[in-house]
Design a protein around this ligand. Structure first.
Ligand code: PSV
Ligand code: MN
Length: 388
């Protein structure tokens, strides 16, 4: 059985991964949304489910909210509810993609009145951040065009800058803005923030409190994501991750499910660049569970991140460096792969038990009967869903 050095365990103990509230609601494709018994009907129930993930793993102390999906009468009350359950409220996600006014854009729209509405929505999000104690405002824009000639690409980029400037100016001293990029969808010809370079150019023009959010599912197949991680860390602009995995497009599947080796390589670069357990770089999940149970889907996800982090921390960096400097290609690759192929699961199970956590969080959660309980209790009302 592999053992994990205490220095690595000490770093793992500090790891935290934020959960998205929308992972606990129903979701699906544009073909069908399957309902699950016990699905939360409001933000309070979503937070209760998220707290279960933290309870069994000690890995997920915060929950991200999405506005307006998670609007409540009192954010103070929601904050207390979360604290009573042992978690805190995290990133606030804005939403400018589900209103008819935004058909041709929001922050980039030709019409100043639509831009005003979208900027005001972000002001509302910032007000909520003050009440929830959240640090980060995450902006993902669904803006772009479908046909060449449809839009003035340059004008939209300039308007985006102006709109972001207004939002940025409204942030409190301890608040940040993270701008997410995505190469396509829902627009198919051009997207206004399609890549890390555009996001970087926009946030660099704003100031220190604006950073890039890297969603692992938002790149073309074959993209070397760990290179982008390295570059953004080097530039001091990697603000957060949205972890998930993809086989084809923005699949939002369980992180580490499609390509665990890619996750390992990404986390290795985070560690190498000083971003691991660093307050600048938030680890978050952005996933949907369409066919699997949601709470265990999230437990599996945070465990996948923890396992790949443990392996990445096991890389013998001194030996790797020696091999790199001496041009020993195969030895460098062996050292890297040795760490990746180390099965850390038994050692992590033992370590969990030593900290009063279940050795197998998936099994412990299944045995707890929580899913059966919520299925029996949560009757009536309308189940929450992605977009509802
Ligand atoms: C849409 O692609 C998306 O998944 C973005 O990644 C956002 O982070 C998320 O929705 C929530 O708005
Ligand atoms: Mn995302």
């Amino acid at each position: 059985m592999s053992t994990i050095p205490q220095t690595v365990l000490d770093q793992l103990e500090l790891q935290s991964i934020e959960l998205p509230s929308w992972a606990f609601g129903n979701s699906g494709t544009r073909f069908k949304v399957f309902a699950t018994p016990g699905t939360p009907r409001d933000p309070y129930e979503k937070i209760a489910d998220a707290a279960q993930v933290h309870r069994y793993t000690a890995l997920a102390p915060t929950v991200a909210l999405h506005i307006p999906w998670d609007k409540v009468d009192s954010y103070d009350d929601l904050r207390k509810h979360a604290e009573d359950l042992g978690v805190a409220l995290g990133t606030i996600n804005s939403n400018t993609f589900q209103d008819d006014d935004y058909k041709f854009g929001a922050l980039t729209h030709e019409d100043a009145a639509v831009r005003r509405k979208a900027i005001d929505h972000h002001f509302e999000c910032i007000d909520i951040m003050h009440a929830t104690g959240s640090r980060d405002l995450k902006i993902w824009l669904a803006e772009g065009s479908n046909y060449p000639g449809q839009a003035d690409l340059r004008g939209r980029q300039d308007r985006l800058h102006e709109s972001l400037q207004e939002i940025y100016a409204r942030l409190g001293d301890d608040q940040r803005l993270v701008l997410e990029y995505k190469f396509f969808e829902p627009a198919f010809y051009h997207t206004d923030v399609p890549d890390w370079g555009t996001s970087y150019a926009q946030v660099a023009a704003l100031g220190d409190k604006a950073m890039v959010c890297l969603d692992t599912g938002h790149h073309a197949p074959g993209t070397n994501i760990e290179f982008i991680v390295m570059q953004l860390l080097r530039l001091g602009k990697l603000g957060s991750f949205d972890f998930n995995s993809r086989f084809y497009a923005d699949d939002d599947l369980i992180v580490g499910a499609a390509d665990p080796f890619q996750l390992f390589r990404i986390i290795f670069e985070v560690i190498r660049g000083g971003g691991f357990n660093h307050p600048d770089v938030a680890f978050m999940l952005d996933q949907c569970h369409n066919v699997e149970d949601k709470v265990p889907g999230q437990i599996r996800s945070v465990l996948n991140v923890q396992e790949m982090t443990a392996r990445a921390l096991l890389v013998d960096t001194e030996a790797l460096r020696t091999a790199q400097v001496s041009g020993d290609v195969l030895e460098a690759n062996r050292i890297f792969m040795d760490a990746f192929y180390t099965d850390v699961r038994p050692a992590l199970a033992e370590w969990r038990e030593s900290r009063g956590l279940p050795a197998d969080p998936m099994a412990a959660f299944a045995a707890s009967g929580y899913l059966q309980e919520i299925a029996a209790d949560r009757v009536g009302g309308v189940q929450a869903g992605w977009g509802a």
